[in-house]
Design a protein around this ligand. Structure first.
Ligand code: UTP
Ligand code: MG
Length: 609
């Protein structure tokens, strides 16, 4: 990892206020920031000097009649050169400042994006299940961008404006102190108004961003679920929903911009009066002979230089509110605790044996109201297979998800090789456990990359093919023109549900885990393929503890222990023969129904033939 992404943005959480937090974010970038501001100061000072040169020109050259002809020419040439040099200086330093500002802003936000990406993928399952994806995407893109503008425009802008103000004010003080003080009497008013606007705009911008997040969630869900939308012909309904959300965003945006557009005329009127007052007062001073014409000329230039930054300061204060709102929205992600991966009281240095003891285990989801698992007790020995059977929603997936510590059990105890499961580091468990998820997910990458995803090393083609064959997917892959290099998803082939499932099985088998979990992994494949996979798995299941979740008795009957779950509780437990022997039991009922269906099917097939 580069030092870039190792910067810890959590430092900002301890800051006293938002500005202090933003300042902490600028670690390592403060020097370029200060240089950028200083370059602007030089640029501004050049402009100020231009006005002072103008004064000299008016008073000394135009005002004096006693110059000899070639002295005048020479003086004029020097003054002209002075103007050109100052203009070049102003341009050069403003360019330098722009470059440094871009470096600072882009650098900080690049580091922030890297950090957020990494941070988000390390947050708990519980956090992800309650946070809409669209909302997270919104924060990592739009909010980061608004913070970037804060750094490149507002943060640099404030430094620049203050410097320009003080340089010009010093020049004015030097010219005629009374005039200088009179030129800034309305500035407190402008600043006061700006702060008032700042407060209002902050609130409105927060509302605006919230709505934008809702909108991107709607969009993202619509795209992910486009099949459902089309299948149910609900385009109009979805459009209506989007329109409603979009209209709300429009209203909030209008509400926000109203404030922005009101600010300008207000501050312009106040500053306009200030300027007019200065011009008139200066003119009377010049007429009365209190100041020279040159001083008056320089004064009119300097006062615009002085008031322009104040006008901009107001704008920047108002705009900075967006950056600070985004800062807070990003900090909401940053402050979430990461899942500890390496910590644990037990730090095993060898692979797990796979001996698992469940003792009165109960479990409730963090946002749940009642236990989804109740008093579960059983014992699997290393290398044994356990099957979970039960109606939908009975808690099978929840049970196996406890093993890699995706969620923490809330009661009882689970012992892995004699030690409490929650004392193991999560990373260790996840390396030991291979899980074929109920809903297969593949990345938009090649089939090879998908299969080798879980192994952090180079894998030979032979190994990949062995896993693919065991998952009964090899024969399908070789029919694609690009074979294992075929891209999956948007840019390549679209695999069927069963094919996807089999690729995920191959991915898990290649990982060669000590504990194998197959969560309804053959639900989307036909009976024949299922039998094929089952056969291949039989040999692969040896020497590893296996959990099989399936609905078909054929898939579970080979298990050493079968648990029948109902509403989160184990209602029956034993081997196939033991369970079958119990007349009227749930297992027996399922068995009877399935064999009857199979027999009828065979009978029908025989009749047709
Ligand atoms: P499971 O997802 O464990 O059920 O949910 P299952 O046995 O695997 O069901 P199928 O066969 O795949 O359909 C058990 C209970 O936990 C709740 C569900 O609503 C269900 O009642 N649950 C599940 C949550 O509350 N939160 C979750 O994140 C997942
Ligand atoms: Mg399930």
């Amino acid at each position: 990892m580069t030092p870039q992404s190792t910067f810890d943005f959590r430092q900002s959480l301890a800051a006293r206020n938002k500005l202090a937090g933003v300042w902490r974010m600028m670690t390592n970038y403060r020097l370029p920031y200060i240089l950028a501001t200083a370059a602007l100061a030089v640029s501004a000072a050049s402009r100020t000097l231009t006005f002072l040169l103008l004064r000299y020109f008016a008073d000394v050259v135009l005002g004096a009649q006693t110059f000899a002809f070639d002295t005048l020419n020479r003086t004029l040439a020097i003054i002209a050169l002075g103007f050109v040099a100052l203009a070049c200086f102003e341009g050069l330093f403003s360019y330098l400042s722009g470059r440094l500002a871009a470096y600072t802003a882009e650098g900080i936000t690049r580091r922030l994006r890297d950090y957020l990406f990494d941070h988000i993928q390390r947050l708990s399952f519980a956090y992800h299940s309650k946070t809409p994806t669209g909302d997270l995407i919104e924060r990592v893109t739009s909010d980061v961008d608004s913070l970037r503008r804060f750094f490149s425009e507002q943060a640099i802008g404030v430094g620049r404006i203050l410097l320009i103000f003080f340089i010009n004010f010093a020049a004015l003080l030097n010219l005629y102190p009374k005039l200088a003080w009179l030129s800034i009497v309305t500035i407190p008013v402008v600043l006061g108004v700006s702060l008032w606007f700042f407060k209002i705009v902050t609130k409105r911008y927060e509302k605006y961003q919230e709505q934008e997040a809702i909108l991107s969630t709607t969009l993202q869900e619509n795209l992910t679920g486009v099949r459902v939308v089309k299948a149910f012909a609900r385009q109009d309904y979805e459009m209506g929903k989007f329109e409603k959300d979009n209209f709300e965003k429009f209203k909030r945006g209008r509400h926000l911009l109203k404030m922005h557009s009101l600010f300008w005329p207000l501050s312009d009127v106040v500053l306009g009066f200030q300027m007019l007052f200065g011009f008139v007062y200066g003119a009377t001073l010049a007429i009365n002979g209190d100041i020279s014409v040159g001083t008056y000329v320089a004064y009119t230039g300097l006062i615009t230089q002085l008031l322009w930054p104040i006008r901009n300061l107001g704008r920047i204060i108002v705009q900075a509110s967006s950056g600070l709102v985004s800062y807070s929205r990003l900090m909401e992600i940053v402050k979430q605790d990461r899942e500890a991966l390496l910590e644990g009281r037990v730090q095993p240095d060898s692979p797990a044996r796979g001996d698992l003891v469940f003792d009165n285990v109960s479990f409730m989801y963090t946002d749940g109201k009642s236990d989804v698992l109740k008093d579960i007790s059983f014992h699997v020995r290393p290398g044994q297979a356990v099957a979970l059977l039960g109606s939908t929603g009975s808690g099978k997936t929840s049970l196996v998800n406890l093993l890699p510590r995706f969620h923490e059990y809330t009661g009882g105890s689970i012992l892995l090789d004699g030690a409490e499961l929650r004392d193991y580091p999560r990373e260790y468990l996840r390396k030991q456990i291979g899980i074929v998820e109920q809903e297969p997910f593949l990345f938009s990458r090649s089939i090879r990359e998908n299969i080798t995803y879980g192994v952090g090393r180079d894998v030979s083609q032979e190994e990949i093919e062995r896993a693919a064959k065991a998952a009964a997917i090899h024969d399908v892959i070789v029919t694609f023109p690009d074979g294992y290099n075929t891209l999956v998803g948007e840019k390549g082939v679209t695999l069927s549900g069963g094919q996807k499932q089999r690729v995920t099985i191959a991915r898990t088998l290649l990982k060669n885990p000590r504990i194998l979990i197959l969560d309804d992994s053959t639900s989307s494949v036909d009976l024949e393929t299922e039998a094929e996979i089952r056969e291949a798995l039989n040999s692969l299941m040896q020497n590893r503890t296996t959990f099989i979740i399936a609905h078909r008795i054929q898939s579970v009957m080979i298990a050493d222990l079968i648990l029948v779950l109902d509403k989160g509780a184990v209602v029956q437990m034993g081997t196939h023969e033991e369970l079958l022997a119990k007349e009227g039991s749930m297992y027996r009922r399922i068995y009877d129904i399935q064999t009857r269906i199979d027999e009828e099917l065979e009978f029908e097939i025989a009749r047709v033939n």
